[in-house]
Write a protein that binds this ligand. Sequence first.
Ligand SMILES: *[C@@H]1O[C@H](CO)[C@@H](O)[C@H](O)[C@H]1NC(C)=O
Ligand SMILES: *[C@@H]1O[C@H](CO)[C@@H](O)[C@H](O)[C@H]1NC(C)=O
Ligand SMILES: *[C@@H]1O[C@H](CO)[C@@H](O)[C@H](O)[C@H]1NC(C)=O
Ligand SMILES: *[C@@H]1O[C@H](CO)[C@@H](O)[C@H](O)[C@H]1NC(C)=O
Ligand SMILES: *[C@@H]1O[C@H](CO)[C@@H](O)[C@H](O)[C@H]1NC(C)=O
Ligand SMILES: *[C@@H]1O[C@H](CO)[C@@H](O)[C@H](O)[C@H]1NC(C)=O
Ligand SMILES: *[C@@H]1O[C@H](CO)[C@@H](O)[C@H](O)[C@H]1NC(C)=O
Length: 580
Amino acid sequence: MRWTNLLSNLLSALLLSGSADAAGRSAAHAGKRHAEYAARKAKPAFEPIFEEGFSAIVDRGVKTPKFLNANTTQFAVDGKAIPDVSFDVGESYSGSLPISKKANEDGNLFFWFFPSENPAAKKEILIWLNGGPGCSSFEGLLQENGPFLWQYGTYKPVKNPWSWHTLTNVVYVEQPVGTGFSTGNVTITNEYELAAQFLGWWKNFVETFSLQGYKVYIAGESYAGFYCPYIANAFLEAKDKTYYDMSGMTIYNPSLSWNEVQTPIPVVQFTEYWAGLFPFNDTFRADIKAREKKCGYRDFMDEYLVYPPKGHIPMPLPGTDDKGNTRDECWNIYWDIFDAISLLNPCFDIYQVGTTCPLLWDVLGFPGSMPYLPDGAQVYFDRADVKKAIHAPDVAWEECSSDDVFVKGEDKSLPSTMSVLPNVIDKTKNVIVGHSSMDMILIANGTLLALQNMTWGGKLGFQTRPDQPFYVPYNNMTTLSTMAAGGVFGSLVSERGLTYVAVDLAGHMVPQYAPSAAYRHVEYMLGRVNCMNCTVPFTTDPKTPQSTQKLGKGTAPQGWSNRKKGHHGHGSRKIRRYEA
Ligand SMILES: *[C@@H]1O[C@H](CO)[C@@H](O)[C@H](O)[C@H]1NC(C)=O
Ligand SMILES: *[C@@H]1O[C@H](CO)[C@@H](O)[C@H](O)[C@H]1NC(C)=O
Ligand SMILES: *[C@@H]1O[C@H](CO)[C@@H](O)[C@H](O)[C@H]1NC(C)=O
Ligand SMILES: *[C@@H]1O[C@H](CO)[C@@H](O)[C@H](O)[C@H]1NC(C)=O
Ligand SMILES: *[C@@H]1O[C@H](CO)[C@@H](O)[C@H](O)[C@H]1NC(C)=O
Ligand SMILES: *[C@@H]1O[C@H](CO)[C@@H](O)[C@H](O)[C@H]1NC(C)=O
Ligand SMILES: *[C@@H]1O[C@H](CO)[C@@H](O)[C@H](O)[C@H]1NC(C)=O
């Protein structure tokens, strides 16, 4: 995630509204259609196969462990003995390693490392980080992109054909100290210190598993919009390719700017875009519209979300008082929308706004906007048998730590768009920012706005709007419990080493809601495919026939992408602005 702590962060930003510094961060033709239909019939694309029929790449059992030796046996996990998991997960290693080489170092980071059986995975490794701050990366492991998945409301863990370890070596790291099973004193106050601790741990990890000379990739979501760029930057600045050969980064629904920019400023427009999911009564609709106008939010979006950008976005932000603090009535638009939709849809999920009741059981205790664990249920990673199976310390495990992971709960760093992200793009020329359409905790148009105010590769922002098609290959990789989309599934723009890709029909946690889309992103980042606007099949499923039609301009939530001028709901005047 998850930005769980976000709800409370945002709330405290609101309560302290006065003090929220500066901008208040607290952080598819008739003849052709027939051919298309024939192609689809010929391929098993959307026919889910049953559990027994996994594609070869996933089912191949582990024959010879690759990393097992005297240095690593203490971390080896028995892949046949993971509680409640009814299949052999294969070779993996988990445990704690210190964040430095100091003899009395008390800080540790806990990890779970899954070597890949994919022959294309040579000397390379991908790091996955969830956000928070303070949320465990094991959420990603168990519910997004790991080898086995136990998702909301489901009966038991299932094998994940979309697991990223079927592409490359993947390590899930609980960080910073204080997160999940990572123990020690919390001493960090900013992202540079966080990155320094991570690098200290990484050196120990590389030496334990003999990963010297490996290319390193990093991916994460949400608050990892802080973590990943700062860590990637520290790797690059270490100028030591033996240990720190940072080669690419993917961040989903990342926190990239002041909270206002990605949350209250774009929110009213978001509810209008998804009007059927926010069926507000006339009075309330008129009220939020009027307040949006009064706070200057719509004018601000109209003025600055343009391609190319017209210039830097000046401070202060709209809706602030004379000290530069966001006025309550402006921030409150967001919370009033949250309250109003929660009355209409009590199970409203701020992370996936299409969700309705009932609230599902979540084996990690967090199935939506609020924590929920039915009577008698246990949080998976907090079970004694699970801890034992993975060599975890006997500490209470929470998906997102209730204790601070920064001193006094404050991360003093600037959002990465205003600091280190440009350097990571310029040095790797391999950065993807993915953002899903149905997330209200961090809103896609706010992310675009943050990127339009960032200079990389010598220029400010994207010069063209994201209107190339993002194509997710049709595939035969799914089972009934792991079905995933194929087809044009968003839109993208790629300039000077940075790709922005909008992902359809997905909530905050992109690999959870759109696993096939995320799989394509990783293939692209690893250089296994060289385009995401093309119909190249999945590398792990090369024979499934793909679309032969024109792909069009994509299907992102950005209203302009595939609509004609003057289409209802989007005035021709405004559309022209974006074509300018
Ligand atoms: C954490 O810091 C406190 C105060 O500096 C110290 O007394 C304590 O021993 C430290 N805890 C650990 C586990 O090192
Ligand atoms: C174990 O680690 C040490 C120290 O990094 C290294 O010198 C040694 O070669 C490693 N042993 C194996 C079997 O990889
Ligand atoms: C836009 O970027 C400039 C330069 O980094 C920065 O000074 C300004 O505060 C940014 N504006 C916003 C709204 O973040
Ligand atoms: C309209 O919605 C608002 C916000 O939830 C609520 O306060 C108000 O009572 C509603 N009015 C009616 C007529 O239901
Ligand atoms: C796909 O992307 C490449 C590189 O940006 C671009 O040259 C090409 O025109 C794009 N194709 C489509 C169908 O958008
Ligand atoms: C899926 O495609 C792969 C090759 O791409 C093939 O080996 C496999 O048998 C196919 N599986 C099914 C169930 O059709
Ligand atoms: C994002 O911004 C575009 C351009 O202003 C607008 O047409 C679209 O409706 C916005 N999308 C959402 C989800 O707010």
